[in-house]
Ligand binder design. Sequence first.
Ligand code: SF4
Length: 340
Amino acid sequence: MTIPTSVAVDSQGRPLTDLRISVTDRCNFRCTYCMPKGVFGRDFKFLASAALLTFEEIERLARIFIAHGVEKIRLTGGEPLLRRGLDRLVARLAAIDGLTDLTLTTNGSLLDKQARALRDAGLRRITVSLDSLDDAVFRAMNDVDFPVARVLAGIEAASAAGFERIKINCVVKRGVNESSIVELARRFRGTGHVVRFIEYMDVGSTNGWRLDDVVPASEILELLEAEFGVRPIAPVKRSDVASRYEFADGSGEFGVIASVTQPFCRDCSRARLSSEGLLYTCLFATVGQDLRAPLREGKSDAEIASLLRGIWHVRADRYSELRTADTVKLPKVEMSHIGG
Ligand code: SF4
């Protein structure tokens, strides 16, 4: 059955071009800004495997999204490398016509074992979260005492497997890892890999977010300017979340993702699918629309496509532009549930 193709555009004129697919709500880290141990402890009820979308279901939905304009798919979690046989899903998605970019975000803890298989399956790019090179700071931030050396080994393995321009994501929290900003920039400068410094966000409703804990992009840039000399460079795509900069000596580039102080909702073209098939139209959404039920009730691709068009057509999300002290308290979906 062919799926009618038309680019879905929302109420703000934003086309649907990027889909983030969470393949699990589980993670082996407990990063304090995302999955605090106090909430996601031993008794936390994660999704049962029967509740998760199967690889067949993910592929079917991906085809429908691609027919509606999606060009880029990012696999996320929780920690996506915890999902067994992930390379088989990658192979399925990589084979879909019309998908020009297939990438994944990981905490890097299992990358040394899986990088080659993911690459061979067709994964094009990879992003690794790495909040510090200081082992004590890193262990404190992941809160499971995981050594930074293992993640660095994972990045090496990904590089050896053929991944270039690996993105390195660092969430900066005041009083926790500001000292890591210059360190990370120095470590990856000249390697071709790109560090992106991310302003700490009020994702979900469990990380105890306070504006005082945010290190604004302007301060991050001041630090890097003072140390290296930097200059802005043009974005690759309007919908890219990171502002790009290069080191004055031409030794590479880095990015800053400033969702709090320089929101980028006007060009936001991202949809997020949770591992149990809920479609969220914003990282800070409070509810998702169920796409698993129509799949499992035997609805046709055309019927699901019409549902998707209906959801996206009325989309008006601009959370970061409208953030207030009250919106911060909303019962937003957890980032660990839909990926960043
Ligand atoms: S806050 Fe929502 S609408 Fe704005 S950029 Fe983020 S995901 Fe997009």
